[in-house]
Design a protein around this ligand. Structure first.
Ligand code: MG
Length: 262
């Protein structure tokens, strides 16, 4: 069941989105060689709590941490660890959710650790462009397939793979609501978008094949071919005035973050 939000509720959701974005930006500023992904997790958790919110991911389905930190060939759901030390040239996808006043904000960004390879940079820039292209389609009257198709067309034009096994989702009081929001699809197909729907659009793009495997830990999703993957996400409200990015902060949603693709 798709739960549409009133304009007042969408306004309320901005508080959660703002904390999620600020936490992501803050964690991103700490990404550098020598830092462990557990350190990033601890920073994120205290940042979120200081700002009067709860880390949505912690305990969600038994997930043990406040962020997902997915390095290189890891696509999503990487578990922060003191043993995973970021190395020069890595890319790390950080996904963070914040719950404030009963509403959820969910966002992700792939950061560069030091200087990225040319391949990594292209993958990240294209994935971020996929997010932008998909968001532009999030308007009343369009369909979910228009969102996915915009992402898929751009990624595949660059020879990249679009994950099939994991998709975006509705957001509200729960992190995962209806509808599913695939990053692939066909124009004019799927659920019709209406004002008041709030969705997380989150392209997960692979440098090679979209096939993935899940780690024995039950969480970490990696590319089957071991090639790099990138992940960018925003929580979007669909309104008559167009898509509104709820995971924005005072610096605006599209500012370059340190170490990330602009
Ligand atoms: Mg999400």
């Amino acid at each position: 069941m798709i739960i549409r939000k009133t304009p007042e509720e969408i306004e309320q959701m901005k508080a959660a989105g703002s904390v999620a974005k600020a936490a992501l930006r803050h964690v991103g500023s700490m990404v550098r060689p020598g830092v462990s992904t557990l350190e990033l997790d601890q920073v994120a958790e205290s940042f979120i709590r200081i700002h009067g919110a709860e880390p949505t991911f912690k305990g969600y389905g038994g997930f043990p941490a406040s962020i997902c930190a997915s390095v290189n060939e890891q696509v999503v759901h990487g578990i922060p660890s003191p043993d995973r030390i970021l190395q020069e040239g890595d890319i790390v996808s950080i996904d963070v959710g914040a719950t404030k006043d009963g509403w959820v904000g969910d966002n992700a960004w792939t950061f560069y650790v030091g200087e990225p390879s040319r391949e990594a940079k292209e993958l990240c820039e294209v994935t971020h462009d996929c997010l932008r292209a998909a968001i532009k389609q999030a308007v009343p009257g369009n369909r979910i397939g228009d969102v996915g198709a915009a992402c898929q067309e751009l990624a595949e034009r660059h020879g990249f793979g679009v994950l099939r096994d994991y998709v975006g989702h509705g957001v509200g009081h729960e992190m995962h609501e209806d509808p599913n929001v695939p990053n692939y699809g066909r124009h004019g197909r799927g659920v019709r978008l209406e004002a008041g729907m709030v969705i997380a659009i989150e392209p997960m793009i692979c440098a090679g094949s979209y096939r993935v495997r899940v780690s024995p830990n039950g969480w970490t999703v990696s590319t089957a071919d071991g090639k790099l993957a990138a992940h960018y996400e925003n929580t979007i409200a669909i309104t008559e005035e167009g898509p509104v990015i709820l995971t924005a902060d005072d610096e605006g949603p599209w500012c370059a973050m340190e170490g990330g693709a602009a």
